[in-house]
Design a protein around this ligand. Structure first.
Ligand code: NAP
Length: 456
C-alpha cells in the first residue's frame, strides 16, 4: 500500500473516531457513534497490517480468534450492572498491550534517542500501572476484593517513594539502555498500580475506572510515538482526553475533587455512618395508595437510581409511564449525572426499554420543575435525591448537586428498606410528611403499579 493511501486511510479513521465520539453524547446518535468508532478502528488495523510487511499471519489470526471470541462472549453475557467491571478489564488489557509493545520495542532496538527513551518509559509505566490498577478495580467491583479502602500506616510516604523509584528506573533505563532497568520499571509500576488503587473505596471505583481509562489512552498515545503510528497517537489522545473529561464530570457531579477521590479513602470508615439509619417514623404506602396518587396526578417525574438497574425494572417503568401518559398524565424522567454506578447508566437502561428520548431530561433541564410537579416517583435512588446534600453542611455529601424531589407536591419512594445507598448515609427525604415509602423490589412494584393505575 502506498504511503499516500495509508495516510489518507489513517486520516479517515481519525475522523471516524472524532465524529463517533461526538455522536456518543446523545442516546439518539450513540449507537451509530459506536459503530463509526469501530469502523475507524477496523480501518486503522487493516492499514497497519497491510503496511507491516508481515508474511505469516498465523499468530495474528490466532490472536484475533481468541480475543474476538472472548470479547464477544463477555460483551453478550455481561449484565448492565457489570459494565463497570467489563470496562475496567478492557482498560487493563489496553494498558498492558501498550506497555508490552513499548517494552518489546526497547528489547528489540534499545532506546536510541532521548525522545524514544522517554516515550518507552511513559508507555511502560502508565500501561503497566493501568493494568494492575484496573484489575484491582475489577476485583473490588466484582466483590473479589473487599470494597472498603485498604490502607496501611505510612501508605502515602510509601507510594511517593514508589512513584519516585518508577521515575528513577525510567531515567536509568533511558541513560543506560540496560534491560534490568526495564524489568525494574515494569515491576515497580505494577506495584504502584496496586498500592494506589487498593486505598480507594469500592464506591469510587467508577471514577477510578474512568481515570484509568484515560491513563490507558495516554499509554497508547505514548506507544504510538514509540512505533511511529499516527493512528495510535490520535486514538490514544482521544481516549486520554475523553477519559479525563469524564472523570472531571463525575467528580464534579459528586462535588468532590479528583484528588479527594484518589487520596481521601472515601466510604471506608463504617463508624462514620450516622446513628439511626432506618430510624424515625415513615408513611408506608400500598400499591393501591401509590397507584391512585399517580393516576390522578397531572404531572409525574420519575427519578431512576441504582436500585432500578439492579432489579432490571426499566421495562416496568416504561409500562407504567406509558399507561400514565395514556391517562393524560404529563410524564418525564429526571436523570442525575451519577445516578446508578456508571456514567449514562440510567440513559442506557431506559433507552433499552424504548422510553422516548424526549422524556429523558438531565438534572439541569428539569430540576426547577419539581415545585410545579404533583408527584416525584423515586425508583431505587437514594443519594441523588438526599436533601441533606443541599441543606445539611455536616453531611458527608454536602454540596453534591441533587434532584430536588422533596419540592414536588408528593414523593413516592420505591425501595426495599430504609437502607442507605452508595454513600452510606441516612436520607431525611424518607421521613417527610409528603413522602410515601413503598417498600418493595423496584421491578415487582412497577409491574404491580402499572396494573393498578389501569383500574384506579
Ligand atoms: P444509591 O444512593 O446507591 O441508592 C440505591 C438504592 O437502591 C439503595 O438505597 C437501595 O435501597 C435501593 N435498591 C437496591 N436494590 C433495589 C431493588 N432491587 N429494588 C428497589 N430498590 C433497590 O443510588 P443512586 O441514588 O442512584 O446514587 C448513585 C450513587 O453512586 C451516588 O452516591 C453516586 O455518587 C455514586 N456513584 C455513581 C457513579 C456514576 O457514574 N453513576 C460513579 C461513582 C459513584 P434498599 O436496599 O433499601 O432497596
Amino acid at each position: 500500500m502506498s504511503e499516500a493511501a495509508s495516510t489518507l486511510l489513517y486520516l479517515a479513521a481519525a475522523a471516524l473516531f472524532i465524529v463517533g465520539l461526538k455522536r456518543l453524547s446523545s442516546p439518539v446518535t450513540a449507537r451509530s457513534g459506536n459503530l463509526m468508532g469501530a469502523v475507524g478502528m477496523l480501518i486503522a488495523i487493516v492499514v497497519t497490517l497491510l503496511r507491516s510487511g508481515i508474511v505469516d499471519y498465523t499468530l495474528i489470526v490466532a490472536g484475533l480468534l481468541v480475543g474476538g471470541t472472548a470479547g464477544t462472549i463477555l460483551a453478550r453475557r455481561v449484565a448492565m450492572t457489570g459494565i463497570p467491571q467489563l470496562v475496567a478489564a478492557f482498560n487493563g488489557f489496553g494498558g498492558a498491550a501498550s506497555g508490552m509493545v513499548a517494552a518489546a520495542e526497547f528489547l528489540a532496538d534499545g532506546s536510541s534517542t532521548p525522545e524514544t527513551a522517554v516515550t518507552i518509559t511513559l508507555s511502560c509505566a502508565l500501561g503497566i500501572a493501568t493494568f494492575t490498577g484496573s484489575f484491582v478495580a475489577f476485583g473490588k467491583l466484582q466483590g473479589l476484593i473487599p470494597g472498603r479502602p485498604l490502607l496501611f500506616k505510612g501508605q502515602m510516604v510509601f507510594d511517593s517513594v514508589l512513584a519516585a523509584a518508577v521515575v528513577g528506573s525510567g531515567i536509568w533505563m533511558a541513560a543506560s539502555g540496560h534491560r534490568s532497568a526495564l524489568w525494574l520499571l515494569i515491576a515497580l509500576s505494577a506495584l504502584l498500580g496496586v498500592t494506589r488503587t487498593l486505598p480507594i473505596g469500592g464506591a469510587d471505583m467508577p471514577v477510578i475506572v474512568a481515570f484509568l481509562n484515560s491513563m490507558s489512552g495516554l499509554a497508547a498515545a505514548s506507544t504510538g510515538f514509540v512505533i511511529g503510528s499516527e493512528a495510535l497517537i490520535i486514538s490514544g489522545a482521544l481516549v486520554g482526553a475523553s477519559g479525563l473529561v469524564l472523570t472531571a464530570i463525575m467528580s464534579r457531579a459528586m462535588n468532590r475533587s479528583l484528588a479527594n477521590v484518589l487520596f481521601a479513602a472515601f466510604g471506608g470508615d463504617d463508624e462514620s455512618q450516622p446513628e439511626g439509619i432506618g430510624g424515625g417514623p415513615v408513611r408506608r404506602a400500598t400499591i393501591d395508595d401509590a397507584a391512585v396518587t399517580l393516576a390522578y396526578a397531572r404531572s409525574v417525574i420519575v427519578v431512576p437510581g441504582y436500585g432500578l438497574a439492579v432489579s432490571q425494572a426499566q421495562y416496568g417503568a416504561r409500562d407504567l409511564t406509558d399507561r400514565l401518559a395514556g391517562r393524560g398524565v404529563k410524564v418525564r424522567y429526571a436523570i442525575h449525572p451519577v445516578a446508578g454506578r456508571m456514567p449514562g447508566h440510567m440513559n442506557v437502561l431506559l433507552a433499552e426499554a424504548d422510553v422516548p428520548y424526549e422524556q429523558l431530561l438531565d438534572r439541569d433541564e428539569i430540576n426547577d420543575d419539581f415545585p410545579r410537579t404533583d408527584v416525584a416517583l423515586v425508583v431505587g435512588a437514594n443519594d441523588v435525591v438526599n436533601p441533606a446534600a443541599r441543606d445539611d453542611a455536616s453531611s458527608p455529601i454536602y454540596g453534591m448537586p441533587i434532584l430536588d424531589v422533596d419540592r414536588a407536591g408528593a414523593v413516592i419512594v420505591i425501595k426495599r428498606s430504609l437502607s442507605p445507598g452508595f454513600a452510606g448515609i441516612d436520607n431525611p427525604l424518607f421521613y417527610r410528611d409528603t413522602t410515601l415509602m413503598l417498600f418493595s423490589d423496584a421491578k415487582a412494584a412497577l409491574e404491580s403499579l402499572a396494573g393498578a393505575v389501569q383500574t384506579a
